[in-house]
Design a binder for this molecule. Sequence first.
Ligand SMILES: [Cu+2]
Length: 388
Amino acid sequence: MPNRDEPLEAPIVLDSSALPEVIAFEAVSTRRAFLRRASVLSLAIPGLGAALAACGPEEKQGGAAAASGAAGAAPPIAGGRPNPDSKLDSSLHISARSATVPSAGGASIPYKRFDPRLPALPVGRTLRLHFTARAVPIRVSDDIVVAAWTFEGDTPGPIVHCRVGDTVEFTLTNEAEMPHSMDFHAAQIDPKVAFRSVAKGESVTFTYKPKYAGAFLYHCGTAPVLMHIGSGMYGAIIVSPAEPLPPAKEFVLIEGELYLGAAVNGVHPLDYNKMLSTLPDMVTFNGRPDQYTREPIHVKVGDRVRFWVVNAGPTVPCSFHVVGEQFDTVYLGAPPGNSIHGVQTFSVAAGGGMCFELVCNVPGEFPFVNHSFGHGQKGAIGYLVVDA
Ligand SMILES: [Cu+2]
């Protein structure tokens, strides 16, 4: 993307202590038992019913992946059995237990601010995206490095920007040990086919045309979805309306949550049991707690500012508020329609997105926060500095 840092390259495979209990559980249990549990734990598992039907004694090839077109037959699992429904590969894939961290450990991982600016629209009407899924250690603060699962080597993944009616041609190639997938909330498409998981070395391709303008989440949809979003596999696609909105300085804020396990060689695994507890250690805008208090967002007096706020969750809502300001306009969905005015705070649901505008007539330093302060004080806060 034009305004993003280069992705980190060093791969990491999680230590066994990083493995969520649900995987360890699978190692000693049956697949059917796991699926029953996963159906309770996961936010959504498209294809689960079919998978349950396919995993009994009559189990056979021919599930969603086999019917998927571009990837052909169901991909084999590295070192394991063929899988008729790759949505379930997280439950089966055991080899991610082996640990490899950079020789210098987490200390060698640099910190990079995540650029919140909305990228320019593409010149043409077709946007071709090729993401890779990779496990990468990410420094999220001076003293915390996390073992993230990523799109394009960072969390969040790249900010995508297009218009209503553009064609999005998307390919995901999985370079990670764990199977992964892509679920675009801006798409209307058969999720069993387009959002299916792919094993290491495999790719999935699909095409769609966004029907509505707005701020939309994308995320890995591989089960358990909680684990994949909670491990960093999310981002935003901003769909601008056909007729441009008023000129503004546009920024994208994606709220996420971090649930830390005990560090191994300076790298914190992300803890699935903590994710289930829904009590995050840190809440972030764009993957790093407090990053825009350390390095604020700057605009000038008179600027209209447009925040495209997406909440990746995986669980807590975002009560978005700017201290000392009021939102001139909040678009509840499909801007320029569905606008409300004179708003102090509006909640963005986990899995949702919304567009907030304010006019910066007063110079100063304005905190933007998740006004649910038990979460805001865990890092979902930053400064909008309005320079005279
Ligand atoms: Cu994933």
